[in-house]
Every structure is written in structure tokens, then in C-alpha cells.
Design a binder for this molecule. Structure first.
Ligand SMILES: C[S@@+](CC[C@H](N)C(=O)[O-])C[C@H]1O[C@@H](n2cnc3c(N)ncnc32)[C@H](O)[C@@H]1O
Length: 231
């Protein structure tokens, strides 16, 4: 029997050990805020959060600082964070505990698979993709998370009127994201106008990663697309 072709992923797991503090936060926080990946069980947000507030998803939350800040600033929204890097998951769980957040749930898995298998169609108010790995080299572009199939997936999981917000400090990736989303005008409207980048929405906190980019002189691009049409 032939092996199934290996799936191309947008991440490489390296240096994935948690510190003792993160491990402790993980053990305390995961039973309450963690969600196990289960391809057979789409999420029921009402049951998961205990309310029917709109759900915002952050893909690749890194150390979770932005997510914790946004969740604290917007208790009227539910926040689902997905990250594959274990120390980041541990750190976010620690911040959830420190800030006493009730409106955050965390998944430790490939966000593409989570979107495919666990997020119901037309169920999300917003999807955030902040500083995705840019995969600079041409031969690695296939690893970029934004691909035509990803654009379709995002469209199908956002409710009509829902927002997709990306930010990057790598200009060629900003252009790439713009091209990929603008290639589907029947699914997305660029809120900044065709071919344009958006102003930084005040809802997006400054991340450590972004601060580093700024020191290196990289300009940050925000991209805001609204899901058009019906589910
Ligand atoms: C460059 S970092 C940016 C982190 C954070 N958003 C920030 O702005 O500081 C990209 C993150 O996305 C995560 N990531 C990449 N592909 C992912 C995927 N398919 N599912 C979940 N996380 C992913 C990586 O592990 C990494 O932590």
C-alpha cells in the first residue's frame, strides 16, 4: 500500500519544551480552558463558553499576549486561540489565570485541521492571523498558511459579515495575502478598498514580535476583509 502524501504544514515544531512555570499553568489551566482536538466532534460554542456571545478565533497566537489583552478588553466576545507551540500554550494559560479571564478557550493543534474538522460553518464573528510565519524563501511559499484552499476555509467558517484580520511585517507576504483574498471578490470585501492596506485597528495590541519588526525597520501591514454574501 502506498503511503499517503505528507501534508504540507505551515509550522515546524522545534524547541517545544515548557518551562516549569508554564507546565504548572498548563496542568492547572488545561482542564478548564483547554480543548482537545477531536476530528469527530465539531465544537458547540454555546456549550463550550456557556453563552452565545460572538466567537473570535486567533490562529497562531504565539505567546498569547495579544489574545489575553484582547480577551480582557472585550469580555462581550468569546475567544478561541489555536497554537501548536507548547510553551506558548503554557504562557497563555498562565495569563488567563493571572487576568482571571473566563472568555478564552485554547486548542493545541494545527489550526487548518481545527478549522476543517471542529469549527462549524458560518459560526465565527472574526478570524485573526497576526504575524503568520512568512516563509521567506520561494521554495517554502507552499508552507505559507494563506493559500487558495485556506481562503475558502476562512470564508466558509466566518458568518456573513464576519471579519478576517491579518497583520504582517513582511511586505511580500502582505502582497500575497492581499492577492489571495482579493482573488475571491464574491466571498470577501477589502474594507480598505481594492489593493489597499487597512489602518491598524485599535483592537490589535502591539506584540513583542511586532515591536521587534519595528526595530528592524519593517513596516507593519494590516489587512481587513469582510465576508460577503450568504452562508
Ligand atoms: C511568527 S509567530 C507569531 C506569533 C504571534 N501571533 C505574534 O504576533 O507574536 C507565528 C505563530 O504561528 C504558529 N503557527 C503556524 N502555523 C500554525 C498552524 N497551522 N496552527 C497553529 N499555529 C500555527 C507558530 O507556532 C507561531 O507561534
Amino acid at each position: 500500500m502506498k503511503d499517503k502524501p505528507r501534508k504540507i504544514r505551515s509550522f515546524v515544531l522545534r524547541g517545544g519544551r515548557m518551562t516549569r512555570g508554564q507546565q504548572r499553568a498548563f496542568e492547572q489551566g488545561w482542564p478548564r480552558f483547554g480543548v482537545e482536538f477531536d476530528p469527530e466532534r465539531p465544537l458547540d460554542f454555546q456549550a463550550l463558553f456557556g453563552n452565545d456571545h460572538p466567537v473570535w478565533l486567533e490562529i497562531g497566537f504565539g505567546n498569547g499576549e495579544s489574545l489575553a489583552t484582547m480577551a480582557a478588553a472585550h469580555p462581550e466576545r468569546n475567544w478561541l486561540g489555536i497554537e501548536v507551540h507548547p510553551p506558548g500554550v503554557g504562557r497563555l494559560l498562565r495569563r488567563i489565570g493571572e487576568l482571571g479571564l473566563e472568555n478564552v478557550r485554547v486548542l493545541r493543534h494545527d489550526a487548518v485541521e481545527v478549522l476543517e474538522k471542529m469549527i462549524p460553518p458560518a459560526s465565527l464573528a472574526g478570524i485573526l492571523l497576526l504575524f503568520p510565519d512568512p516563509w521567506h524563501k520561494k521554495r517554502h511559499h507552499k508552507r505559507r498558511i494563506v493559500q487558495p484552499a485556506f481562503v475558502e476555509l476562512v470564508a466558509s467558517r466566518l458568518e456573513p459579515g464576519g471579519l478576517f484580520h491579518a497583520a504582517t511585517d513582511w511586505e511580500p507576504y502582505a502582497e500575497w495575502i492581499l492577492e489571495h483574498f482579493e482573488a475571491r471578490p464574491e466571498r470577501f470585501e477589502n474594507l480598505a478598498g481594492p489593493g489597499r492596506y487597512a489602518e491598524r485597528p485599535e483592537t490589535r495590541p502591539l506584540t513583542k514580535f511586532e515591536a521587534r519588526g519595528q526595530r528592524l525597520g519593517h513596516e507593519v501591514r494590516d489587512l481587513l476583509f469582510r465576508r460577503t454574501g450568504s452562508a
